[in-house]
Design a protein around this ligand. Structure first.
Ligand SMILES: [Zn+2]
Ligand SMILES: [Zn+2]
Length: 463
């Protein structure tokens, strides 16, 4: 077993924070991957908050994983150290059922999902990609095409395959009219992929606010669904509608826009299901269907397709410390179009707190107070934030130069020299090296419990 740094939740009501997890040692058929980036999928939010009622805790979410192979088992022939690889929503399956045998592992009756699932031994919790490392059976590891930048490729492992699979299955291609409902993480990938498949692509969005963006992403047409005329104008128009949204829609009205023998495919899960009358299905022999990610073979096919057509996701790259904020923004659909976590930030993670105690403010200098980001015994991350906000501090970030300036000022004012020491009420000693931002906590028994180098985040009080 190896100890791995991760970020996740202990229960459904907590914000995400640092966690230590264990991963198995590399077995004969295993590939160990240093995770470079992990995308943030809406289902991460559902599951950390137990909104589907099936969550297993503690949980480290993340199933849009990309990184580099660092170790391989003796039986691994398809990968070598240094390869750029990805891991999606599945890390194993039963391998025996008809679905597995056809390469449709996503429909296996005993799939092993990347997280919120039990591993093959039926007792170890599978933990996802908000972590520095993952060990996966080679059969569930995917090859990333050389020409694709890793960070923008991460979302292909879920959002990419979730949209590619139904477009392929329902034959999106030249001469086909395809509509995409919703222009979010899934929708923007669906537009790019459908366009590369040479279909005529229409975006159906609630308003025309995202029209320019939809066109930039490759859509041929954009219609607003808050305008009833859209449904008349586009009656019996589409061969295929891909519904990427998880809000309740009038499915019957949308099916009215589908041609004879056409289909509408659901990818999102509304919390309460709309009622559907049989008429829109009977008149026009239409189908209402669903689709779930894709099998491993098809996921590799999708990655190769995206490599060939240079398709990646539009992303906003964030450090792990911004993850709770990112979740809030996903809930408000305020992201273009996928958050991706830079996992290097987990290695150097620290909340650095700058305060202006009056005695130092008087000298015109900064003072820094570093806070143990593991803080199990002190603060949960949300509590920390709450605590400082209550006292009038705001969260922000500073440049290295500003940091060093402040550190120098503190150094000048500090008789203890470069290292500040503080004894905590429980007897642990904090060491904070001003010149580098390194921070460690020495426990009473002399063990170093945490060690970080700051990433220059801080709390600042507005005077
Ligand atoms: Zn996902
Ligand atoms: Zn199976």
């Amino acid at each position: 077993m190896q100890q791995i740094k991760a970020y996740g939740v202990q229960s459904a009501t907590q914000p995400l924070g640092p966690l230590q997890i264990q991963r198995r040692d590399v077995g004969v058929n295993d590939v160990s991957i240093d995770i470079a980036y992990c995308g943030v999928c809406h289902s991460d939010i559902h599951q950390t908050r137990n909104e589907w009622g099936n969550s297993l805790f503690p949980m480290v979410p993340g199933h849009e994983i990309v990184g580099t192979v660092t170790t391989i088992g003796t039986g691994v022939k398809r990968f070598k150290v240094g390869d750029k690889v990805g891991v999606g929503c599945l890390v194993d399956s039963c391998r025996e059922c008809p679905d597995c045998k056809e390469g449709l592992e996503q429909f296996c009756t005993r799939p092993i999902f990347t997280y919120n699932s039990l591993e093959k031994d039926n007792k170890t919790l599978a933990q996802g990609g908000y972590s520095t490392k993952i060990v996966v059976h080679q059969d569930f590891v995917l090859r990333i095409p050389d020409n694709l930048p890793l960070d923008r490729t991460a979302p292909l492992l879920c959002a990419g395959i979730t949209t590619y699979s139904p477009l392929r299955h329902w034959n999106a291609g030249p001469g086909k009219k395809v509509a995409i409902i919703g222009l979010g993480g899934l929708g923007h990938m669906a537009v790019k992929i459908a366009k590369a498949m040479k279909a005529e692509v229409t975006v159906l969005s609630r308003t025309l606010d995202k029209k320019d963006d939809a066109i930039r992403l490759g859509a041929d047409h954009v219609y607003a669904t808050n305008d009833p005329k859209t449904f008349e104008q586009l009656g019996r128009h589409f061969d295929l509608i891909i519904n990427t949204v998880s809000v309740k829609l009038d499915w019957g009205a949308y099916l009215g826009m589908v041609k004879r023998d056409g289909s509408m495919v659901l990818l999102g899960v509304p919390s309460d299901a709309p009622e559907l009358h049989a008429f829109p299905l009977i008149f026009g022999r239409r189908s209402l269907a669903g689709s779930l990610i894709g099998g491993i073979k098809e996921t590799q096919e999708m990655l190769d397709f995206c490599g060939k057509h240079n398709i990646t996701s539009d992303i906003e790259l964030i450090p792990i410390s911004k993850i709770n904020e990112a979740y809030d923004r996903v809930m408000k659909a305020d992201v273009k179009y996928r958050f991706v976590i830079d996992m290097a930030s987990l290695n150097i993670f620290l909340y650095l707190i700058i305060v202006f105690p009056p005695f130092i403010a008087h000298q015109g200098a900064f003072a820094f107070e570093a806070v143990d980001s593991l803080k199990a015994a002190y603060f949960a991350p949300g509590e920390l934030r709450e605590h400082y906000e209550k006292h009038g501090y705001q969260f922000g970030s500073i440049t290295e130069e500003q940091y060093l300036q402040g550190a120098q000022a503190l150094l000048d004012a500090s008789p203890g020299g470069d290292i500040l020491e503080k004894i905590r009420p429980n007897g642990d000693v904090e060491h904070f090296r001003i010149s580098t931002g390194e921070f460690a906590v020495m426990t009473k028994r002399g063990r170093i419990r945490t060690y970080f180098r700051t990433n220059y985040e801080y709390w600042i009080r507005r005077e």
